[in-house]
Design a protein around this ligand. Structure first.
Ligand SMILES: Cc1cc2nc3c(=O)[nH]c(=O)nc-3n(C[C@H](O)[C@H](O)[C@H](O)COP(=O)(O)O)c2cc1C
Length: 437
């Protein structure tokens, strides 16, 4: 069996608001209903978790201005997903919920407290997607001149996790006594200062909140660079990743397993999920037609600008300065943003792709192309997982009620008929369900 998760790829923001099935999404994107309905559908389908991307600025990396990002609603707006998770938790019972948290900018004490609060609110279903954030603009929103250097961010993130974990552990098991007759809430001898003093962070502790049902909320991570993978291998319960093709997926899983063993962990303790965006329709032919329609939409002038703006945001390099009809120049050593994305752009440029081709293909980066009827796509997924050996797929489809239903009520029943995904939840907490197989 393999796991399923859902990536809310544009965060708590506009969701396919111009699409043909967006309903009242353009007017009501800031209300929780679409997310609540999505989470309920995914829970009906037995998804392990729903994860919310996040960012902390309006970018201006493309053309040096905010215009493209605001015009197209790209990477902005972003409301705070931690609060949304509290509301979704109230409307669901089993699905894990992971907001993104920046280890570079969220003070560890504050993040430890928010995540424990969510773990209580959801009855043990909270997690944090720990990112280091990549843009100088985010750093400037928090009072820094510019962002920390790439590998330093991961060193800081490691220490951040150590500190947050110490805060979560600052209440020993049994510290909460709740003896009404003796008039004792908690046993002070079991709640400890931590007096953490690291290279980057300091905190006295204890946390002013007792541990949630999971103790340590689930930790997720996404960075694909060597520093990012090493961080994930030490700290994560799940990794969201986009290696391309079955061989790439296999190699990614093996690399993470090796790094986990080196860090003294068992490879089974972390589930690697591969990003896909399946196109599912009633028949294979209809799904291929739908894919063709999407590809036409992606060739528009607006789509080209959107792709260039997104690439500029990821890398921190303004792609408006390069000739669209030439391969990119060598940008080695000039990137402080996402190194794994940049490595991909560099490879495609070496292979002779022009910037225009690279940009127009940008939106389709996924681990596998999955197109067809529910049964066809289920077969493709099962076959790939059989070869890769686990652990599951991260679906990054549009969020509108029709698309979500196609997955939850079309694709997942087909997967269940093959016996490759769960048909219910065996445990009460997120981590137990995640580690069940
Ligand atoms: C599936 C996926 C989801 C991500 N979600 C976020 C996010 O919500 N916020 C963020 O700042 N970065 C996000 N990232 C970026 C990563 O945290 C990381 O910065 C990026 O993958 C580059 O990492 P690297 O420099 O280690 O390669 C995501 C990356 C991937 C692959």
């Amino acid at each position: 069996m393999f796991h399923l998760a859902w990536f809310v790829g544009s965060g708590y923001s506009l969701q396919s608001w111009r699409g043909p099935w967006s309903g009242v999404g353009a007017q009501e994107w800031m209300r929780p209903q679409l997310y609540v309905d999505t989470a309920r559908a995914l829970e009906r389908a037995g998804f392990d978790y729903m994860i919310f991307e996040d960012g902390l600025m309006i970018p201006d990396a493309y053309q040096g201005k905010l215009d493209a990002y605001l015009r197209y609603g790209l990477e902005a707006p972003r409301l705070d997903p931690t609060m949304l998770v509290g509301i979704i938790g109230q409307a669901t019972e089993h699905i894990g919920l992971i907001p993104t948290i920046s280890t570079s900018f969220y003070p560890p004490f504050m993040a430890a407290r928010s995540l424990v609060t969510l773990d209580h609110l959801t009855g043990g279903r909270a997690g944090g997607n720990l990112v280091t954030s990549s843009s100088h603009r985010a750093a400037q929103n928090f009072g820094y001149e510019q962002h920390f250097e790439h590998d330093l961010r991961y060193r800081m993130a490691d220490e951040w996790v150590q500190l947050v974990t110490r805060l979560w552990d600052s209440w020993e098991p049994g510290a909460v006594v709740l003896d009404q007759e003796a008039d004792i809430f908690a046993d002070a001898s079991k709640v400890h200062e931590i007096n953490f003093e690291g290279e980057f962070f300091k905190s006295r502790g204890p946390l002013n909140a007792p541990p949630g049902p999971q103790g340590r909320p689930v930790i997720s991570q996404a960075g694909g660079s060597p520093a990012g993978r090493a961080f994930a291998a030490r700290n994560s319960d799940t990794i969201i990743s986009v290696p391309v093709g079955v061989e790439g997926m296999k190699a990614y899983r093996e690399d993470i397993s090796d790094r986990m063993v080196a860090a003294g962990r068992k490879p089974d303790e972390c589930k690697v999920m591969y990003l896909v965006n399946p196109v599912v329709a009633e028949t294979d032919a209809e799904a291929r037609e739908e894919l063709a329609r999407r590809r036409v939409r992606m060739r528009s002038e607006g789509a080209l600008h959107r792709a260039l703006a997104t690439m500029s945001y990821f890398s921190g390099i303004d792609f408006s300065q390069f000739d669209l009809d030439q391969p990119l120049p060598d940008l080695t050593g000039k990137v402080n943003g996402h190194q794994s994305s940049m490595a991909r752009y560099a490879k495609d440029s070496e292979d002779g792709k022009t910037l225009r081709e690279l940009a127009l293909g940008h939106d389709v980066v996924e681990s596998l192309e999955l197109v067809g009827s529910p049964d066809t796509v289920a077969a493709q997924m099962a076959e790939a997982m059989e070869e890769v050996g686990g652990d599951g797929f991260l679906l990054a489809c549009d969020i509108d009620r029709r698309t979500v239903a196609g997955i939850a009520d079309g694709l997942v029943p087909a997967l269940r008929r093959r016996g490759v995904v769960r048909s219910g939840y065996g445990h009460s907490t997120f981590r137990e369900n995640l580690l069940e197989f």
